[in-house]
Design a protein around this ligand. Structure first.
Ligand SMILES: [Fe+2]
Length: 283
């Protein structure tokens, strides 16, 4: 009990220090073009901004898409038909320049630094396939991510995503202000789940389903989201969904140990897989 109180006080103190650093850094934030300020303002209000690769218009997009198609073809088919819970198949593609170049485009970094309010770091990219499931587990449960106090993840759909493909879904931040009872009820349920996530039935009791925002979209839809401060999940699906996940936090993040998965050996790394292909072709 004493330890819990001590940890809570330490956490509040480090949040306060972080806020002070944000105030100090405010004068150093990069200027944004009008179109990018709209992304920032929407993120601040709702926690999510949805656009497309074409509308974003970043220079390295065509290389990114070409590399993503190639890497998708390299992903081996997994034998998970018999499994009750089909966990996502993830490859780390951070080591391939087409992905890291897109992820570190200056315009993106400027938007994200303005949102996080501190110097930022780009952790990396996952290429991910999410499989059909008719029950909620893992990231299909409503949850918030834990890497930092503010996190930006950018999701890019690599195939058309409609209801049966399981779109990303979220609750706008404006509906879950920290000063509202709903916020405390939701986070109490999350705490009871040990932050593993809560199902639709629990969330429905607090926020009506009509207020949930689903994000279907064609291939190349881009979703910016603060996955820490926006309750979110992937919806149950009958068709596989492929997507890229880019991750950014303040530098350093609150929980650096949760960020290594974007570049370490937690998941197969594309550049090593490519190397083994080259070696095989030389034999
Ligand atoms: Fe998440």
């Amino acid at each position: 009990m004493l330890n819990t109180i001590k940890n809570k006080i330490l956490a509040l103190y480090s949040d306060l220090v972080c806020q002070l650093k944000r105030w100090q850094h405010a004068k150093n934030l990069p200027a944004l073009e009008k179109r990018d300020r709209l992304i920032l303002d929407t993120l601040k209000r709702d926690g999510v901004y949805v656009t497309t690769l074409a509308d974003l218009g970043l220079n390295s997009t065509s290389e990114l898409l070409k590399a993503a198609s190639e890497q998708l073809l390299r992903m081996k088919n997994v034998n998970n038909e018999h499994l009750e819970q089909k966990w996502p198949q993830i490859h780390t593609v951070t080591g391939l320049p087409e992905f890291s170049t897109w992820g570190t485009e200056k315009r993106l970094l400027n938007i994200i630094e303005n949102y996080i309010g501190l110097p930022i770091t780009f952790h990396g990219v996952h290429l991910r396939k999410d499989f059909p499931s008719d029950n909620q587990f893992g990231t299909l449960l409503w949850h918030s991510d834990a890497e930092d106090r503010r996190i930006i993840k950018i999701f890019i759909y690599l195939n058309d995503v409609e209801e049966k493909t399981g779109p990303f879904e979220y609750i706008p931040r404006s509906l879950t202000s920290i000063f509202s009872l709903k916020y405390w009820r939701l986070y109490y349920q999350l705490w009871k789940s040990s932050y593993m996530g809560i199902d639709d039935e629990e969330v429905k009791k607090i926020i009506s389903k009509s207020a949930w925002k689903s994000c279907p979209g064609a291939a190349c839809t881009v979703i910016f989201v603060d996955t820490k401060n926006t309750l979110h999940h992937g919806t149950v699906r009958t068709k596989t969904r492929s997507a890229l996940f880019f991750c950014y936090t303040a530098n350093p993040p609150e929980r650096p140990e949760l960020c290594t998965q974007y570049w370490d050996d937690t998941y197969p790394r594309a550049e090593l897989l490519s190397l083994s292909d080259i070696e095989k072709s030389l034999v």
